[in-house]
Design a protein around this ligand. Structure first.
Ligand SMILES: [Fe+2]
Ligand SMILES: [Fe+2]
Length: 179
């Protein structure tokens, strides 16, 4: 499997772990929970979810999709769906981040609103990763060879080639350490 493909699949595993962590933390706001939510951890997870996909993960997928569209490879409806989901996800992550920033700043946010916002965010995000694993990744693995991936890499925004970033997993490792 090409390094980029491995990278994308590893990102998905990391993201799914973070979704579970976030869910577990926010569940602690429930009255009957004996555990206190770790608000700083929640904020760090959201900060990661806001930056990492937008800066590294989505551009790689988007450039790969763009090349597939250009060469008429793969399933166009899947390509369009994924592209559309990226935009909606980035907006949803912004909204979630705003909501938690209000909470940190002691602005009154009903807990039901937070839980609902998180639940719909998680559903949307998990569905997105699943859609890619079902409909996009298998096709990418089939139609994109070394040459294609090289071209994709050359089109990534400068300095954002995830394989050449010093330690792209550092932020995740740090979060995981605190699980
Ligand atoms: Fe994606
Ligand atoms: Fe993805």
């Amino acid at each position: 499997m090409h390094e980029f493909m491995k990278r994308l699949r590893r990102d998905h595993r990391n993201l799914n772990r973070l979704f579970d962590m976030l869910e577990e933390q926010v569940a602690r706001y429930d009255m009957d929970s004996t555990l206190e939510p770790d608000l700083l951890l929640i904020l760090d997870i959201i900060a990661y979810l806001k930056d990492y996909p937008r800066i590294y993960h989505h551009p790689l997928e988007e450039e790969a999709i763009a090349l597939m569209v250009e060469r008429d490879l793969g399933d166009n409806s899947a390509n369009e769906l994924i592209h559309d989901q990226h935009q909606k996800l980035e907006q949803a992550t912004e909204r979630l981040s705003t909501l938690f920033n209000m909470i940190v700043n002691d602005q009154p946010v009903p807990i039901e609103q937070t839980q609902e916002a998180l639940a719909s965010y998680l559903e949307m995000s998990r569905k997105h990763l699943q859609a890619e694993e079902d409909r996009l990744f298998p096709v990418m693995e089939k139609v994109l060879g070394n040459d294609e991936w090289e071209l994709v890499a050359s089109r990534l925004p400068e300095g954002l080639d995830p394989l050449f970033t010093e330690n792209p997993d550092d932020a995740f490792v740090e979060l995981r350490r605190r699980m």
